[in-house]
Design a protein around this ligand. Structure first.
Ligand code: ADP
Ligand code: MG
Length: 459
């Protein structure tokens, strides 16, 4: 990979990620060279740009680079002027160096069977925000991370994309390294497991492979759904799994769904996976999202003490971006990057402007009709009574719940919601929304109803 090749790649990138993104993020980077081990190094003006590029364009960049230069397997961003001499081989990020951009998803090295995947220095228990949706998974992860007696085997963590499975797994690995340096902890994705397996077959090193995997004390396999339908990999995984369980070695697995929902998985594997503790990470709720945003902002404040953030911005984001934590984080990163580049305080206006596309994309296409229908169904009342003029409690409360959900889940204004509820005034809607907000904290039945309905609507 030469600087000329990088030049050629740059113009390709510009059309892939768009002129604006290109100008803001890629152009300021300088290609530094490829280090031993296939690490493509870039000089960046700030850590911030490095982190942003790694998070947002890391995959594209890596794919393009490795298309041109098959030796490239990993990216590294370093702040220019700091040290532009060719650096030694890639260092593993440690929890202490949290500000360091993490290497983008690393492709497995094929020179050796040494199988561990790098751990992301930011994914620790300290940086994991606990809320109702993830408290069980967090507690189970914490327990395993102590490295005491193996009580549940395997620990199976599952949940939708971006809900913190990988974060928790890395956190366990970091803690185990500290608490039990004597243990041989191995973390890798199911994809990497397959890759090693195929490689071992090809290089006729199956004995090495088996020995290696059977000698670990703690095996962590991320995104195990990946092996579904890949028969010989499944088979080998099954044997590895059994050998370790027989030796009373801890196994930790993650997947994007529950064991019995993974298609094309052999039954014996399925039942093996279910034989320990299965815990799920639920979709985030508003409080958790707000908590995560607050904790991220705190980190930024340490880096950028001058940061000015208007009140209400985080609430707004927690409200509007409910897809997953990764998107939420990305939005915040972009917002801060933008604000610090243009040197402006973060106002609501700037936020809406800077995040217009994200906000639009995560605008759940839930309609007022849909909400009304679901609420009426839930409370076993007729739609016409929900919307109609009758003010008896049996109708009025569900109506308020429906108004509340309309406010929460759609981008409709209060007057507009009022119109769709039989031409009511916006102050009536506001009152209804406030009422449910209060009741949610006092009346667990209402809180459950709202939560249930919200989930059903967002599903
Ligand atoms: P998954 O593996 O479930 O797809 P990740 O673990 O990669 O999700 O999480 C996506 C991003 O969201 C990561 O940057 C992670 O740090 C962040 N994240 C997820 N849950 C939390 C949480 N509870 N507290 C702090 N950060 C979180
Ligand atoms: Mg993951």
């Amino acid at each position: 990979m030469t600087k000329d090749q990088w030049g050629a790649l740059q113009s390709q990138l510009s059309s892939t990620i768009g002129e604006n993104n290109y100008k803001t993020w890629i152009e300021p980077m300088e290609f530094h060279g490829v280090e031993p081990g296939g690490v493509a190094v870039f000089n960046v003006p700030t850590n911030f740009i490095g982190t942003y590029v790694s998070q947002n364009f890391g995959d594209i960049l890596l794919a393009k680079l490795s298309g041109m230069d098959t030796d490239v397997r990993r990216l590294k961003f370093q702040v220019a002027n700091a040290d532009t001499r060719p650096a030694p081989a890639q260092q593993q990020p440690r929890p202490a160096t949290q500000a360091q951009p993490a290497p983008a998803a690393a492709a497995p090295a094929n020179s050796d069977l040494l199988p561990g995947a790098p751990l992301d220095g930011r994914f620790t228990f300290d940086s994991f925000v606990v809320g109702k949706p993830n408290e069980l998974a967090h507690a189970a992860a914490k327990r395993v991370a102590e490295g005491g007696q193996v009580t549940f085997n395997p620990l199976f963590l599952y949940g939708g994309v971006g809900l913190g499975k990988t974060h928790l797994m890395h956190a366990i690995a970091w803690d185990l390294r500290n608490n039990r340096p004597d243990l041989n902890v191995l973390y890798l994705s199911a994809e990497q497991f397959m890759y090693r397996f195929v490689q071992a077959l090809r290089e006729r090193r199956m004995m090495d492979f088996k020995e290696l995997f059977r000698s670990v004390d703690v095996l962590m396999v991320d995104d195990v759904q990946f092996i579904a339908g890949k028969d010989s990999t499944q088979e080998e995984f099954f044997h590895t799994f059994n050998a370790l369980v027989d030796q009373n070695k801890q196994i930790i697995i993650s997947a994007d769904r529950a064991p019995d929902e993974i298609k094309d998985l052999e039954n014996r594997i399925r039942s093996r996976l279910q034989s320990g503790l299965v815990v799920d990470l639920h979709p985030t709720d508003y409080e958790l999202r707000l908590g995560i945003l607050q904790s991220k902002v705190q980190n930024y404040r340490e880096q950028y003490p001058a940061l000015q953030l208007d009140d209400g911005i985080l609430e707004f984001l927690a409200h509007r971006i409910s897809t997953n934590v990764r998107v939420l984080e990305g939005a915040l990163t972009r917002l801060f990057a933008f604000a610090s580049l243009v040197g402006q305080p973060i106002t609501m206006e700037l936020t809406q402007d800077c995040l217009a596309d994200v906000l639009r994309a995560s605008d759940r296409k839930i309609s007022i009709e849909e909400i009304q229908r679901k609420v009426a169904e839930h409370y076993h009342i007729r739609l016409s009574d929900l919307i109609g003029p009758k003010r008896v409690r049996n109708f009025a409360r569900p109506r308020q719940v429906a108004m509340y959900l309309c406010k929460q889940l759609t981008a409709r204004s209060l007057p507009e919601i009022g119109r769709r509820f039989g031409g009511r005034d916006h102050t009536t809607v506001m009152h209804g929304v406030k009422r449910i907000e209060e009741l949610r904290t006092q009346d667990s039945q209402i809180a459950d109803d709202v939560e249930l309905l919200r989930r059903a609507l967002e599903a």
